[in-house]
Write a protein that binds this ligand. Structure first.
Ligand code: HEC
Length: 137
């Protein structure tokens, strides 16, 4: 009988690699923090400033808080806007604002998973307890 050890070692390695890649959402998606930053500031922050005069800086939350927030995929509990934060990254949303928003236009063809991974990376690596806290501007 063949040993299952190499297989298990392979699994362990895969798990390790995945945890190193960290917050990339799916294995085939490599997060691009810079792109996440551009989209976050030009789409998320812009709307927040317009609608409530407040920003949502990554450094306003801890890494754990950002992960929990984004994993839960809730957005605005007041019901004024879409209840899913992923909606605001979606291609459908980008399409709907592309004529008024340069970032939405520029990233129009990116998959939702890719942009989600990018935003996730920017938010978490810019959290207040991260090495590189990031503001909104
Ligand atoms: C259409 C405008 C709009 C867009 C686009 C938008 N938001 Fe929001 N968001 C709001 C409003 C309005 C609230 C309710 C709280 C407030 O008024 O700031 C909210 C709430 C939130 C909250 C909770 C704030 C809190 O203190 O409870 C977070 C976090 C958040 N948004 C993140 C994002 C992220 C990340 C994006 C981009 C992927 C995004 N939002 C895109 C309008 C928007």
């Amino acid at each position: 009988m063949r040993s299952s050890k190499p297989f298990l070692a392979g699994l362990t390695l895969a798990a390790l690699l995945f945890s190193v890649v960290g917050d990339a959402f799916a294995a085939d998606v490599k997060a691009n923090k810079k792109r996440g930053q551009v989209y976050f500031r030009m789409v998320c922050t812009a709307c927040h400033v317009d609608m409530s005069g407040t920003t949502i800086p990554p450094a306003g939350r801890t890494m754990a808080e950002w992960r929990a927030y984004l994993d839960a995929d809730k957005h605005d509990v007041s019901g004024k806007t879409n209840p899913s934060v992923r909606y605001y990254l979606s291609q459908a949303y980008r399409e709907s604002i592309k004529d008024q928003n340069k970032a939405a236009k520029k990233f129009l063809t990116l998959s939702d998973e890719q942009l989600y991974a990018d935003i996730y990376q920017f938010a978490v690596t810019g959290a207040k307890d991260s090495d590189t806290p990031a503001t909104c501007n």
